[in-house]
Design a protein around this ligand. Structure first.
Ligand SMILES: [Mg+2]
Ligand SMILES: [Zn+2]
Length: 194
């Protein structure tokens, strides 16, 4: 029987990259401090690394799919400097208040819905029960729990986000600290074939 790999699902803005209001160009994305080395450790443990991000800027017409691709190429380039390769980047382009008609819909993939995590788990053969969702918002924690993952909430609490409301399994100030904890807890659990 083939079992899925353990994964770390990473929110992008404010978690993998520094907070910024609606980034739309590659140079707007800067890796958060010290995440490269810890992602490298997790990757070496056999853990899949998957970005799951709400990008309502697409529905709002702030940028297009080509811009998003360029941003993510840039992000992959920054991570390559640490010899880190993402297993996938999954983005929800929707928002009910959007101005781009076909994206202005209620969907099952915008966090706190678990849709993009579950889709990634299916496509990449991941095991949510052995996986973690790391994010800086209550919606990340909720999406992670709904997908059956453990969760880490990072950074200073955002307005409206209270720990008591979302109950993450882990709470750290910086993303790299959460990644270190997860690497320690998973150990070699991420390995499935070597
Ligand atoms: Mg975020
Ligand atoms: Zn969506």
């Amino acid at each position: 029987m083939v079992t899925g790999r353990a994964a770390v699902f990473l929110d992008r803005d404010g978690t993998l990259t520094r907070p910024r209001h609606y980034p739309s160009r590659p140079e707007h994305l800067a890796l958060a401090d010290h995440v490269g080395p810890w992602l490298r450790v997790l990757q070496a443990q056999g853990v899949a690394l998957v970005v799951v991000t709400n990008q309502s800027g697409l529905a709002r017409g702030y940028f297009g799919a080509t811009d998003l691709d360029a941003m993510h190429q840039g992000l992959r380039g920054q991570l390559a400097a640490w010899r880190v390769r993402l297993d996938g980047i999954y983005a929800c382009p929707h928002h009910v208040d959007g101005s781009v008609a076909h994206l202005a819909v209620r969907c099952g993939c915008r966090k706190p819905a678990p849709g993009i995590l579950l889709r990634a788990a299916g496509e990449l053969r991941l095991d949510p029960a052995r996986s973690w969702m790391v994010g800086d918002a209550a919606s990340d924690v909720a999406a992670g729990h709904r997908a059956g993952c453990r969760t880490a909430l990072v950074g200073p609490p955002a307005p409206g986000d209270t720990e008591s409301a979302v109950r993450p399994d882990l709470r750290t100030e910086a993303t790299w600290e959460a990644l270190r904890h997860i690497a320690e807890r998973l150990g070699d659990a991420g390995h499935t074939r070597w």
